[in-house]
Design a protein around this ligand. Structure first.
Ligand code: ZN
Length: 322
């Protein structure tokens, strides 16, 4: 560029600076505020979102832990929920749990004061993030893994021994001719019955809402498969010390989930109505030869299943709500 050209450029540049200096500063200042504002939004909103997810997960876990103690001990339910929230990263004093008036639900609220970075420029030094969760417990409406025995609808007493399968010489009047308490779940015959004792019925069994769920009884004494199946269940408890009805490991094969039915006083292979589920801790398979009888102690059990507005025989499920 010629010296004259250089001089002209300088002159133009200088006149631009002289004339526009103030405006440029304003534009740059405005742009900086805007950029920092956006940065504040992006970074701080990210931090707040991260904390919200964390608190929400902690509230869910705490509500589910607490609800397992219901409908019994409210204090224990609250304590369990708060301890669970704290073990999930919530600080002491920032978790509140309460059992709702129905006695079957618990609400857990978690909170945290989150310090902010860029948003300080806009005048926000911190923000309180909260999350809450409600969990309810109710009678289980449906489940998989049911044992092929039926017990008749009644008020079960915790720890009492009940007969799940009768022997021919000790048959209750509850069971009609040819029936010994066995059910045909998903098929008929001894081998299907044996599979169902050993592994539980693999399809889902559900109490009907408007149309009742009908289950067929499995007539016959079937001593052989009963003894084989029950002994395999009892031997399957490898827990140390061995499980008992008042202290057992969740998922122990000695726990039987048993369909509750309206009646067993039917003749031969007949349909009976499923009214709910009860859980029994397998005590014994008693009797010799054909005189085989299965007994279990009634226990409370939290199953993985839907919760329904049905008869509560002690097998319960939990549900999380927002
Ligand atoms: Zn066990």
């Amino acid at each position: 560029m010629s010296p004259e050209g250089m001089i002209r450029v300088r002159r133009v540049f200088r006149s631009f600076l002289n004339n526009e200096n103030g405006s440029v500063t304003v534009i740059v200042a405005c742009a900086m505020v805007l950029i920092l504002g956006i940065a504040a939004l992006v970074i701080d909103v990210g931090v707040l979102y991260y904390n919200k997810v964390l608190l929400s997960n902690a509230a869910d876990a705490a509500a589910l832990a607490g609800v397992q103690e219901l409908p019994g001990d409210h204090g224990k339910a609250v304590g369990e929920a708060e301890a669970y929230a704290m073990s999930n990263g919530v600080e002491e004093g920032h978790v509140a749990a309460e059992v709702l008036p129905d006695g079957r639900s618990i609400r857990v609220t978690t909170s945290r004061l989150v310090p902010l970075g860029f948003a300080r420029i806009l005048g926000f030094s911190s923000a309180e993030v909260t999350a809450s969760a409600k969990a309810s417990i109710g009678a289980t409406k449906g489940l998989t893994g049911a044992a092929p025995f039926g017990v008749v609808h009644q008020d079960f007493v915790f720890g009492e021994v009940y007969t799940l399968k009768y022997s021919p010489s000790n048959k209750s009047d509850d069971a009609g001719p040819g029936n010994f308490g066995a059910l045909a779940l998903g098929g008929r015959g001894a081998s299907n019955y044996l599979d169902n004792i050993m592994y539980g019925y693999q399809e889902r069994l559900e109490v009907g809402d408007e149309v009742p769920t009908i289950i067929e009884t499995e007539p016959g004494n079937m001593a052989g498969p009963t003894v084989t199946g029950i002994n395999s269940r009892i031997a399957g408890c490898t827990h140390e010390p061995k499980c008992t009805h008042d202290r057992f490991v969740k998922g122990c094969p000695r726990v039987l989930l048993v369909p509750v039915v309206d009646s067993l006083n039917v003749k031969g292979r007949s349909g009976v109505i499923l009214t709910g589920f009860a859980a029994f801790f397998l005590e014994d398979v008693g009797g010799k030869g054909n005189e085989c009888e299965v007994t279990g102690r009634f226990i409370k059990w939290a199953a993985d299943g839907d919760l329904g507005n049905i008869n509560d025989y002690g097998v319960v499920s939990c549900r999380l709500e927002g």
